[in-house]
Design a protein around this ligand. Structure first.
Ligand code: GMT
Length: 380
């Protein structure tokens, strides 16, 4: 199959899922064409089945806001036509689903029928999409897709509750490449960060408000009063300065390290004892799955789709959003030497249920079904 994948190329979870999906599909022989405004971060290798098409965004003195959606739709038309794509799979509804609709209508005028699959990832529904300034277009373009997937049951429910969606949404969860995300021997790294065998906590995110990184600092502050510990923060984003200020205010700076947008996150996770995800909203929690694959238990909130991943009392704990005290107590419980080994084991075994080889075929099956329906329709 020749598949066009449209996504955000930056560090967000939707871009990671889209890129990893493309790589996995390419490995089993599909030809994958990424269409984005810059090379996806995780597109770190090439094989004969992987292609990258850059969206050319032209500015003009009249454009205070260059019309990205139009440039993207035009690029989609071009790639579908000249690469003879069978299907477009767009990740994150805004503006990818509506750009795909526009591209499809243009292609129809040339008798080219290109089916579109839209994957909903989270904030495209739970935050941005719900906003009245986008909602009508989001609703329309989701309904116009030939296949719709959501990354959790919770996101599917939320989508039906807030938008008038008349089509079936299939849940296909996030997945993990266990060959990359596995506990590696990095004792020297652990020794450098935790010279006195302190417990190591890790948080990775894009430091947006919704991630509540300040709660991570507060949990760490409380926990450090009880046991020696260090905290590594991976990622960057709008809240970074506020978080640094909070560290200073609480006097935790010496034990907190900001690692920035680190690519080899699995190396950090390999030495971690506990992962903290105190998000206000989280449709799935890919970063938590990556941690679990590296045998790291998770303290998370019970928001969104997190209970579909993190099993309370087994792979970690689920706490109410903002309940820093509960999260601290549960963190101390997990880190106890009598409890940690079983939490680590359970985290890995849960992560195995989301191995890429189990999840990727669900997308393939959906593509096959859509193409078969289209063929039937064209024949009649
Ligand atoms: O908010 C982010 O972490 C980025 C965001 C995105 O769409 O780029 O991630 C969302 O998609 C991920 C992949 O499907 C999910 O694992 C994340 O839970 C989800 N984030 C939120 O819902 C906040």
């Amino acid at each position: 199959m020749k598949i066009g994948i449209v996504c955000y190329p930056t560090f967000g979870g939707s871009g990671v899922v889209a890129t990893e999906l493309g790589k996995a599909l390419a490995k089993v022989g599909h030809q994958i064409h990424f269409i984005t405004y810059s090379q996806p971060t995780r597109l770190d290798f090439f094989n004969e089945n992987l292609f990258y098409h850059e969206v050319d965004i032209r500015t003009y003195p009249l454009f205070v806001y260059p019309p990205y959606e139009l440039a993207l739709a035009s690029k989609m038309v071009d790639v579908v036509k000249y690469e003879k794509l069978d299907l477009l799979h767009v990740h994150y509804a805004i503006p990818h689903a509506s750009a795909a609709y526009m591209a499809r209508q243009i292609l129809k005028t040339e008798n080219i029928n290109i089916p579109v699959v839209t994957t909903l990832h989270g904030t495209d529904i739970t935050l941005v999409g719900k906003d009245a300034s986008y909602a009508p277009v989001v609703t329309f373009s989701i309904n116009a897709s030939d296949g719709i997937t959501a990354v959790s049951e919770d996101l599917k429910k939320d989508t039906y509750e807030h938008f008038n969606i008349i089509k079936e949404i299939e849940v296909i969860p996030n997945f993990i490449d266990l060959e990359r995300f596995k506990k590696q021997k990095k004792e020297h790294f652990k020794k450098a960060i935790c010279p006195d065998d302190e417990k190591l906590l890790v948080h990775t995110s894009n430091f947006r408000k919704v991630k509540r990184v300040d709660d991570v600092i507060k949990i760490f502050y409380n926990l450090r009063k009880e046991i020696p510990a260090k905290l590594l923060l991976v990622g960057d984003g709008p809240e970074r300065n506020n978080i640094e200020a909070l560290c200073r205010e609480l006097g935790t700076c010496d034990d907190v390290r900001f690692l920035g947008k680190l690519e080899a996150v699995e190396e950090v996770l390999s030495v971690a004892d506990l992962f903290i995800m105190p998000s206000e909203k989280e449709s799935f929690g890919l970063a938590a799955l990556e941690a679990m694959a590296c045998e790291v238990p998770v303290i998370s909130t019970n928001a969104g789709g997190l209970p579909e991943l993190n099993i309370d009392g087994k792979t970690g704990f689920l706490c109410k959003v903002g309940d820093v005290e509960d999260m601290t107590q549960k963190a101390l419980y997990i880190l106890d030497k009598d409890n940690l080994p079983r939490f680590k084991e359970a985290a890995l075994s849960r992560a195995k249920e989301f191995e890429v080889s189990r999840i990727m075929p669900l997308y393939e099956t959906m593509y096959d079904r859509i193409l078969a329906t289209q063929e039937k329709f064209q024949a009649s």
